[in-house]
Design a binder for this molecule. Structure first.
Ligand SMILES: NC(=O)c1ccc[n+]([C@@H]2O[C@H](COP(=O)([O-])OP(=O)(O)OC[C@H]3O[C@@H](n4cnc5c(N)ncnc54)[C@H](OP(=O)(O)O)[C@@H]3O)[C@@H](O)[C@H]2O)c1
Length: 235
């Protein structure tokens, strides 16, 4: 059990997947600041200097590429016996938003769908058993994945991958039953490598809002699609 050596009192524990930079790194900082014990994953071991700089007794760093099914299974084994209050799958990728879907290369379609839809759900399904019955499982999605909202031009593949993630979470919620709190979270448009400099929100504002929303919804069973301000979004 990874967490046992560093278990400090009865701290709440979060596993943040995809924490090398951007919003994932911000979530790690936010939960450490809130006094949680955090298990953070990065794709390549030791690759994130920013994550390493957060080192303290309450932080454990694990390696995980969510495209690697065997690595997910291996992490599930390493975490055996852990009790997580929060599993948060943040990892995701973007593509060239200007390419219409008919011109997307097959390999690119596979890459984006694998990382944004299949990978997160594999993580959720493999690691859910270590989340407390009253715990929270969250995935980072996007408002662009809302199929009931009129799309703007562009982002065809990325939007479809987040719509797929939303739909797969809804299917998971039906299968998993209603006990846990399940969240599909839109972080807002945020200044990160993915969001770019024109984004109106900084990472701190987004992750602070997300952590507040998770705290407010803790113990409320079932799946909800929310944004960083805890507003409910249409599927
Ligand atoms: N920023 C926004 O405005 C915005 C808006 C809506 C939704 N989102 C969503 O929010 C999440 C985080 O976005 P961000 O803006 O922080 O992006 P980012 O700065 O590009 O960071 C993406 C993170 O995901 C990790 N990642 C990518 N592929 C992975 C894989 N196969 N396995 C494990 N980790 C992987 C990256 O790790 P590496 O460092 O190893 O690449 C990095 O830590 C994504 O799901 C994104 O779609 C962002």
């Amino acid at each position: 059990m990874v967490t046992s050596e560093k278990q400090v009192g009865n701290l709440s524990t979060a596993l943040i997947v995809g924490a090398s930079r951007g919003l994932g790194l911000g979530l790690v900082q936010e939960y450490l600041d809130r006094g949680w014990q955090v298990i953070a994953t990065e794709r390549r071991p030791g690759s994130s200097e920013a994550l390493a700089a957060l080192a303290r007794d309450t932080l454990t760093i694990e390696a995980l590429d969510i495209d690697d099914e065997a690595a997910i299974a291996a992490l599930a084994q390493r975490l055996a016996g852990s009790t997580l209050d929060l599993l948060y799958v943040n990892a995701g990728i973007s593509d060239d938003s200007s390419v219409p879907i008919g011109q997307v290369a097959t390999a690119e379609f596979d890459r984006v769908m694998r990382t944004n839809a299949l990978g997160p759900m594999r993580v959720v399904e493999r690691l859910a058993e270590w989340v407390k019955p009253q715990g929270t499982i969250a995935v980072m999605t996007s408002a662009l994945g809302s199929v009931s909202t009129e799309p703007s031009a562009g982002y065809d593949l990325y939007s479809a991958s987040k719509a797929a993630l939303n739909r797969l979470m809804r299917g998971y919620a039906v299968r998993a039953g209603a006990e846990r709190t399940l969240l599909a979270v839109m972080p807002g448009w945020v200044k990160t490598e993915m969001g770019g400099d024109a984004a109106p929100l900084d990472v701190k504002t987004s992750v602070h809002g997300i952590a507040d929303a998770i705290a407010a919804r803790s113990g409320t069973p079932g799946l909800t699609f929310i944004d960083y301000s805890n507003a409910v979004l249409p599927w």
